[in-house]
Design a binder for this molecule. Structure first.
Ligand code: PRP
Ligand code: URA
Length: 209
């Protein structure tokens, strides 16, 4: 039984996804929407982080609160995962970021690794692989393959939009990795783009279309 695939039903996320998908949305707004949706998704994807008690002095008294005990790594898949990582780092500034550069070859649709800033022995309890688009699944699978060589005990995938083909491939390759999404779309088209999707997430964030 593979780890669950969770698709957000939060109204704010759905509302912002509509603007994100619109072809007329320009890069500045697109980046803001990626950040806002990623922020919401981060709360959903980290709901099982471990907590530990911490003493806090309020203006009135001494009390015991909770803080996050897990050491968290964010692994943005370049380029498009960068916007997700920035938003999540704002929500949890103690997280560390490991950049991983992969691009999808246009002819074969296979991922090509061009940059890896992952420490050989990361000291993290949980790592979130961040990529807005889960299309064929090749990039997410390759990123998690690399991450698993570091021995990170818990891995979570967070994406904005996925195709069923990508989810199936990811679950087959890494059944232990839970998947958190803002939307699960209908299909891939003949050139491997998600439909209805939003086009090319990297180009739309960075204005390179
Ligand atoms: C996009 C996207 C994913 C990949 C998804 O990256 O950000 O990394 O495609 O496709 P897959 O599931 O079929 O592997 P792209 O290669 O366009 O690179 P970019 O982020 O630098 O634009
Ligand atoms: N990569 C993207 O940026 N968009 C898609 O629809 C598929 C892969």
């Amino acid at each position: 039984m593979p780890a669950p695939v969770s698709v957000s039903t939060h109204p704010l996320i759905q509302h912002k996804l509509a603007r994100l998908r619109a072809a007329a949305t320009k890069p500045p707004e697109f980046r803001a929407l990626v950040a806002a949706i990623s922020h919401g998704l981060f709360f959903e994807a980290t709901r099982d982080l471990r907590l530990a008690p911490i003493g806090v002095e309020t203006p009135l008294t001494q009390t015991t609160c909770q803080h996050i005990a897990d050491r968290v790594g964010l692994v943005p898949v370049l380029r498009a995962g960068l916007g997700m990582a920035e938003a999540m780092l704002e929500a949890l500034p103690e997280a560390v970021v490991w950049h991983l550069g992969l691009y999808r070859d246009h002819a074969t649709l296979k991922p090509v690794t061009y940059y890896n800033k992952m420490p050989p022995k990361p000291d993290m309890d949980v790592a979130l692989v961040l990529d807005p688009m889960l299309a064929t699944g090749g990039s997410a699978i390759a990123a998690i393959d690399i991450l698993k060589t570091t021995g990170t005990p818990r891995i979570i995938f967070a994406g904005l939009i996925a195709a069923p083909e990508g989810v199936a491939a990811l679950q087959a390759a890494h059944p232990d990795v839970p998947v958190f999404l803002a939307a699960l779309d209908s299909r891939l088209n003949e050139v491997g783009y998600i439909v209805p999707g939003l086009g090319d997430a990297g180009d739309r964030q960075f204005g390179t279309a």
